[in-house]
Design a protein around this ligand. Structure first.
Ligand SMILES: Nc1ncnc2c1ncn2[C@@H]1O[C@H](COP(=O)(O)OP(=O)(O)OP(=O)(O)O)[C@@H](O)[C@H]1O
Length: 741
């Protein structure tokens, strides 16, 4: 940076701190420059209109224009209303000699990451930083379940630091040297990591994991971000290292103009992608400007993207019209409680809450290309409509924000549940939750606007449903009338019986579709990114595999959505940043999947799941293929023991286990993978000298003792070979996992 810019910018910062002008002596001290040099530059700034001075003794200098505004008034009015924050952050980022660490706080989706990126871009644009300045962004939540790995990612690892660390690896701190390190969800750093970080901030030195000798030097400017109250989430010692803390307000607390500007900005961006003129109805615009948006800018953006995709689809279907207009019905379904149930609602119920960033690629181009290729293949209009709708549904699923916020009246759910119970729904195989929700939403829609559902009575009457569903639907109608004075017309009752009957078909007739769940702690970041990556990379023969992103509860490691999905699909693998509590389903960490071996492992799982699909034709995975698959699977996942040795140990006992538990091959792989990952986690805890998790003692179980014994013996052999200590409950836990319920 040029000296004059440096002086101008320090003048800015000082002025903000002190408010009543700065003397050349004060500036000279702050910058450790000679006073006469500083005076010279200050006068130059005054001459060129970038500062002003107030006569007196001593003379005081004031900044004139915020330096972030070199882009002129247009820029200052940037759609984000963020210029003051940027200005403050810029002053901190460039504060000599190495910048001051900055902490952005604010609810999810307020734009913390966006602001950090913008800050660095602006600094580069204005040549305060060189174009080559590295900017490394890392989300600490992604490895929070494995603190060792998290620290290894950040600080690097020394070869041999632990089993599996077979080469020296440098960390992100090294990559960010002489540049900027952005740590999102910084509160996820374990205390030891927070300590390493403030040592780095204070001293400019750090060590790779496992290194003991000389420290390494790194000169980084640090930006942290957190959704938590920093006083509660960070160690006080680290918190004190952040002299500049900037809170980004949630959308609801920001002026209306900010929302207007954001709306314009996102619409413009979508119009650009569409390549056709885009407009929006007044009703829709005013809705978007005032609706409750708990996911902040991220949600507003994804809601607008959904509306645009739907409007574009309508335009594509009606053809001819060259202009796309977004109207109220294009808004995401969960914003429209009075909207009748469509297949999109059903899909959204099974798949919502999928995040903000959207699937990769341009949805409009995808739609246009799909349409053209289907037309070439001479697809029927119905097929065309179905395919296009499905493309939009996938997109909506990947963007839909917080399905939980879709309101369903619990009173209606209660009536439905009671009617189904009393009507004997269990005897016909039960009704799924998704189905229940779809019906509840429909009834709710009908109640708030009885004319809106426009049911074609005559057509419905021609559709046959079995009497058992008609009976159930009658029962629902009766209870609704009795308890809520809601009298459903006959066509509505018929429709409900159709909803009920639809549920039964797929399970009886077809194999459920295969599913890969991508998971992370928010269900939005890594999970969505992985979902779209997988959608682009699935082998041709596995294109039928459904991929859904899911949030995992950090405490329980479970997910209701995943439970729901498993009723509809056959879950063959989970990939992501947190291994969920799941029996017998292989888990592939995200970082591994992006590497060759990880992807190979996924291919193996896909192939195994395909052969299981054709198992009825006698094509199934052979037991002899299993060890190689496990070894391959574990080789990139585990770092604390040698997978080859582990597999050899398994093979000594594999036949016995197979005989006792009669696993299917896929299940067997899952069980061994589970044990491997579990063992690795235990070793990680033990190696880090952390207290071993409190064992619940031997589990109360009614499993046959010989099965538990078998596991006890095997775990004891593993204990000796791998130097791992299993808690007393491990054997019964493994026996429970491996026993088919
Ligand atoms: N001022 C803005 N102008 C344009 N787009 C923005 C702005 N702020 C945020 N966005 C967009 O909104 C989305 C969410 O923003 P971002 O990821 O920065 O939020 P965050 O506060 O970091 O959220 P989280 O805490 O969940 O990580 C991103 O797609 C981002 O590009």
């Amino acid at each position: 940076m040029k000296k004059i810019d440096w002086i101008e910018q320090t003048l800015q910062t000082r002025y903000q701190e002190e408010g009543n002008g700065v003397t050349s002596q004060e500036l000279a001290e702050a910058l450790q420059l000679d006073r006469s040099t500083v005076s010279r530059y200050l006068n130059e700034l005054v001459k060129t209109g970038r500062a002003q001075k107030k006569a007196g003794r001593p003379v005081r200098y004031f900044p004139l224009e915020p330096y972030t505004d070199a882009g002129g008034p247009q820029r200052r009015k940037s759609c984000t209303g963020e210029s003051e924050l940027l200005q403050e952050a810029m002053a901190a980022l460039l504060y000599p000699p190495h910048g001051l660490p900055i902490l952005f706080t604010g609810e999810t989706g307020v734009g913390k990451t966006h602001l950090a990126q913008k800050l660095v871009e602006t600094a580069i644009e204005k040549e305060f930083l060189s174009k080559k300045t590295p900017f490394i962004a890392f989300n600490c939540a992604e490895y929070a379940q494995n603190p060792e790995l998290l620290l290894a990612q950040l600080f690097g690892v020394k070869k041999g630091a632990f089993t599996g660390a077979d080469e020296n690896k440098f960390g992100l701190v090294e990559r960010a040297n002489s540049g900027i390190l952005f740590l999102d969800e910084i509160h996820r750093l374990p205390p030891s990591g927070q300590e390493m970080l403030f040592h780095l901030i204070d001293q400019g030195f750090y060590r790779r994991l496992g290194e003991t000798g000389v420290e390494r030097k790194a000169d980084i400017r640090l930006i942290g971000a957190t959704t938590k109250a920093p006083e509660k989430a960070l160690l006080p010692t680290l918190l004190r290292r952040f002299p500049v803390r900037l809170e980004i307000l949630p959308l609801r607390k920001r002026p209306r103009e900010v929302r207007e500007q954001l709306l314009e900005h996102f619409l413009e961006a979508e119009a650009k992608q569409m390549g056709v003129p885009l407009s929006i109805t007044a009703r829709c615009r005013s809705f978007l400007l005032q609706y409750d948006c708990p996911g902040n800018i991220g949600q507003l953006k994804s809601d607008i993207q959904i509306a645009c995709a739907r409007a574009f689809l309508r335009n594509l279907e009606t053809d001819g019209k060259k202009k796309v207009t977004i109207d109220f019905h294009d808004l995401p379904t969960y914003l429209q409680p009075q909207r009748p149930v469509t297949s999109a609602v059903k899909n959204a119920i099974a798949g919502g809450n999928d995040g903000q960033e959207g699937i990769s690629g341009n949805i409009y181009r995808k739609l246009t290309v799909t349409k053209e290729s289907l037309l070439k293949k001479k697809a029927s209009p119905a097929e065309l409509a179905e395919q296009l709708q499905e493309t939009v549904n996938r997109y909506v699923r990947s963007l839909s924000f917080q399905q939980e916020s879709r309101p369903v009246d619990p009173a209606i759910i209660r009536v439905l549940t009671r009617a189904l119970e009393e009507g004997g729904a269990n005897e016909i195989g039960g009704i799924s939750d998704e189905q229940l929700y779809a019906i509840a939403l429909h009834i709710q829609a009908w109640r708030s606007n009885p004319g809106s559902t426009r049911i074609a009575r005559n057509e419905l009457e021609q559709v046959e449903t079995e009497s058992v569903y008609e009976h159930l639907a009658q029962k629902i109608a009766m209870l609704l009338e009795r308890e809520h004075s809601l009298r459903l017309p006959p066509e509505e009752i018929k429709l409900i019986s159709l909803f009920l009957s639809l549920n039964q078909r797929p399970e009886e007739q077809e194999q459920p579709k295969r599913l890969i769940a991508t998971v992370c702690l928010t269900g939005e970041g890594a999970a969505v990114a992985l979902q779209s990556w997988l959608e682009d990379h699935l082998p041709a023969e596995d294109q039928d595999v459904e991929i859904r992103s899911v949030q995992i509860d950090p405490q329980t490691r479970t997910s209701e959505k995943l439970d729901l999905l498993q009723r509809e699909f056959r879950l063959i693998a989970v990939a992501g940043t947190v291994p969920p509590e799941l029996d017998g389903v292989p888990y592939i960490p995200a970082w591994e999947l992006y590497q060759k071996q990880g992807f190979e492992r996924l291919r193996a799982i896909l192939a195994a799941s395909r052969s299981r699909m054709t198992a009825e034709n006698g094509l199934t995975l052979r037991p002899s293929e299993i060890p190689a698959l496990i070894e391959q699977g574990l080789s990139e996942t585990v770092i604390h023991f040698n997978p080859k040795q582990f597999v050899q140990l398994i093979q000594t006992k594999a036949d016995t286990f197979r005989r006792v538990f009669s696993w299917e091959p896929e299940r067997e792989i899952g069980i061994w993978m589970h044990l491997g990952i579990y063992t690795d986690q235990l070793l990680a805890v033990q190696l880090a000298n952390r207290r071993m998790e409190k064992s619940a003692g031997v589990l109360q179980t009614d499993l046959p003792p010989d099965r538990i014994k078998l596991w006890e013996q095997f775990l004891s052999a593993l204990s000796t070979a791998l130097h791992v200590r299993y808690p007393p409950s491990a054997a019964s836990e493994m026996a429970r996992l491996s026993t088919t319920s």
